[in-house]
Design a protein around this ligand. Sequence first.
Ligand SMILES: Cc1cc2nc3c(=O)[nH]c(=O)nc-3n(C[C@H](O)[C@H](O)[C@H](O)COP(=O)(O)OP(=O)(O)OC[C@H]3O[C@@H](n4cnc5c(N)ncnc54)[C@H](O)[C@@H]3O)c2cc1C
Length: 292
Amino acid sequence: MVFTQSIQHLIREDEPLSGFTWARVGGAAKYFAEPGTQPELAQILSEAAAAGIPARIVGEGANILVRDAGYDGLVISLKAAEFSKVSIKDNVLTAGAGASLSQVVSASAGAGLAGIEYLAGIPGTFGGALVCNASVKNGDLGCRVTHVVAIEADGKSITLGSDQLRFGFQRSNLDGRFVIEAALQLETVDSAELTRRMQSSWIVKRAAQPASGQRALQAFVEPDGMSLSDVLEQSGVQGLNEGEISLSKQYPGYLVFSGEVKADEIIKFVQRVTTKVEAATGIRLHCPIKIW
Ligand SMILES: Cc1cc2nc3c(=O)[nH]c(=O)nc-3n(C[C@H](O)[C@H](O)[C@H](O)COP(=O)(O)OP(=O)(O)OC[C@H]3O[C@@H](n4cnc5c(N)ncnc54)[C@H](O)[C@@H]3O)c2cc1C
């Protein structure tokens, strides 16, 4: 074992990752850790860096596809209570990366604070939502972020201000960092109005995506200024099905899986759809999924 004895009880070897992802496919992580405190996380990261072991954080796995060969490195989960706290002071909401996005959205609505209510229904942790910049047509999480706290590979913490952060539609420059906390600047509004907005966003979102518990991934996002559904329809790929993988007809852009399916088959399926769409329409679709 490359980790010192004081943290060995936090590390598991050859941990299957499929159960940590929405797709429920893929191999194992060589090392897996669930630290309970920030010093433990810092020590795990710095020892991994010193040993040349690459490390990543897994959130709810709603945007990850793990290859069948697994991940030859360290995967960290921030599920511990220490990383999942949500607090509100005046109009600023601060949350740990391990909190669920829905918990953060509900806390803001409960405090009568607006700005992220339209993200209701998007699966994931707050950390995953920051790194992937959880977005819908009318807004994104990134536009509310005032600062992000991350742990560097050497174990030291760093605060990134809004001038150092870049957010685009479902992307950010936080990829590759280890985010533990962030703060959002929100606005006070009438709480009845806010609850109404949050509920209607949730209803719209739930109707537009596979039900939670279904094995699914959002494989393609709306191209600039165009309807994704129209682009997929014009390309003849809407509802495309190969073995146990389908490009949902009901939920445009989502892949759904059943039975035995390999991560590599999913990757090839996404590539085939991308090529077909580009050949038919000239549009290169963006796939937001992180492939490990
Ligand atoms: C049914 C369904 C509907 C979806 N709808 C939307 C939608 O409307 N809009 C949208 O934007 N997305 C959507 N997504 C994608 C997904 O919900 C978001 O990307 C979500 O923010 C991912 O969060 P997660 O915790 O699951 O991240 P994961 O999938 O676990 O991780 C995603 C990436 O973030 C990194 N990461 C996670 N936590 C941290 C951390 N603390 N520090 C550093 N890196 C970290 C991981 O290493 C990985 O690279 C949808 C997905 C599904 C399955």
